[in-house]
Design a protein around this ligand. Sequence first.
Ligand code: NOJ
Ligand code: MG
Length: 547
Amino acid sequence: MNHDATHQNPATGWWTEAVIYQIYPRSFADSDGDGIGDLPGITARLGHLAELGVDAVWLSPFYPSPQADAGYDVADYRDVEPLFGTLADADDLIAKAHANGLRVIVDLVPNHTSAAHAWFQAALAAGPGSAERERYIFREGRGPGGAEPPNDWQSVFGGPAWTRVPDGQWYLHLFDTAQPDLNWDNPEVPAEFLDVLRFWLDRGVDGFRVDVAHGLIKQADLADWQEPQEILSGQEADKPRPPMWDQDGVHEVYREWRRLLDGYPGERILVAEAWVEPAERLVRYVRPDEMHQAFNFEYLLAAWTAPAQYAVITRSLEATDSVGAPTTWVLSNHDVVRHASRLGLPIGKPRRNGIGVGDEQPDAATGLRRARAATLLMLALPGSAYLYQGEELGLPEHTTLPDAARQDPTWERSGHTQRGRDGCRVPIPWEADAPSYGFGPTDASWLPQPPVWAEYALDRQRGVPGSTYELYREALRLRRAYGLGRGTLEWLASGDEVLSFRNGDLVVFTNFGAAAAPVPEGEVVHSSGPLNEDGSVPTDVTVWVEV
Ligand code: NOJ
Ligand code: MG
C-alpha cells in the first residue's frame, strides 16, 4: 500500500522537535550515599546527558513530600524535599543544565496535594462548612449516618476514592488517601497555581510537565460511574465520558497558564500528562492557545506489529495536524513496564505496570531487540520524543523484585493484585564494578538492583560499537544532522510485515515479519541490529538508509 499524503509539522520552536529525557530523581544518581537519588547527584551527571545528545530534561517531582507516591504527593510547591537537596541545589542544577545546553522541565502536580500540605491540614482542623474545606472536595457520606462514601468512584491505585475524616465528612482522592484532590472550582486554587508557576518560571525553568492534566475538573454532580477506575479516559462514541476525567472545564485552566507563559521570554512550555483517547479528544489539550505538547500514550500502548504501528503513527499525525501542534512520541516512563521488557511479552498481551516473580516473564533478548528497533523507528518520526532514564542503556524492567521491597502504593491499595510500578524505577547502573553500580558512593539503593545491572552499566557500553548506548547516541546525532524532528513523513510501505517511510533524505524501514526483508536502496547509515550477510534486514530490525 502506498500513500502520497505527507505530513508537515506546522508549529515552530525548540520544543517541536526536541528530544526530552525524563529524570526520575530518586533513581538517577545519589550524591550522599543514603540510597536515594538527589539533585546534586543529577547535576554531577549532566555531562552524560550532554554527551548522549538530548535537548532537555524533565524532572519528576523533587518538592517536599512524605513520599506516599514517590513525590507525586506534594506538601510544598515552592521548595525542595530535603532528601533531594535544597532550593540552592535546584538553582545550581538549572544553571548547570543551561550551561550544558540542556533545557529544564519540572513536574507540576495540580490535581491533588499531599495530605501533609498546609492547606489540607488547615482543612482538617477547620471542620465542615469552612472556607478551608472548600479548597478540597469534602462531602457528606451516603446511607445511614453517612457511613457510605458519597459516590462509587474507585481510586486509580485501587480501593475507594473517598476517605472519611473523624468528624464524619469524606474527601475525594483519585489516587492514594494521602493525595486529596483539589477543588479547581474554588478561585483560590487556580490563583495559587498561577503563583507556583511564576515561582519556577522566575527561577529559570523552561517548562512544566502537568500531572494528571485531564483530572482537575470533576463533573459537578459527582455522579456514580459504575466502571472500574482507569486513568485512561477512553471515549468510545457510544459511551459517556467518565465524570472524573477530561471535563471541558480543564481547558480554561490551561489557556490561563499559556497566557502567563507567553509573557516570559524563551519559549517556556506546558506538557500534558493526559490519559485521554481517542487522539481527536487528546489534541484539544494542544490547541494553539493551550499546552504545547501532550504525551502520546496511545503510541506507547500500541502493539508491536506493522499494522498497529502504522495505524497509531498515522492517527497521531493526523490528529495533531488538525490543531497545528507537533506530535510527540514516547515508549517508556516511570509508570509503565520498560519497553525493553514490555516488547518481550507475547504480542497483544501488553502490561502497563507490574510484573512479579509468578507472572509470565518477558523474553529479554526479544524485548531488547524490539526495543532497539522501536526506538530507531520512533527517533526518525517528525515531532518531539521523550526518553526515560536508563532506556539508553537498554535497561529491562526489574520483573523479579521481592514483594517485600515494593514501595508503589498500588501494591497495598489493590490488595496485592497489582504489583505496581517499582520495576521500572530501580536506580540505574553507571559503573559495573562500583557499589550500587555507581548509582551512589555506597551500596544503598532504595529499591534493590538486580545483578544483571552490571551488564547494562554505562561504562560497559560507552565506546562499544553496537551497544545500546552507542545506538542511541548515534541515532540522536543523525536525527539532528538530518533534521528528522522538524521533517515530514511520507509512507512508502505499510504491509503486514514491514513499515517504511521517508523523512527528508532518509528512508526508515522496520521489518516486523518472520522472514528477512530486502533493504531499501541507498546507503545504510544506522541500524538497530546487524544486517544479514546478504545485506537483508532481519526480523525486528530498523534501518536508516540515506537516499
Ligand atoms: C501520574 C504520575 O506519572 C504517577 O506517577 C502518579 O502516581 C500519578 N500521576 C498521581 O500523581
Ligand atoms: Mg541521596
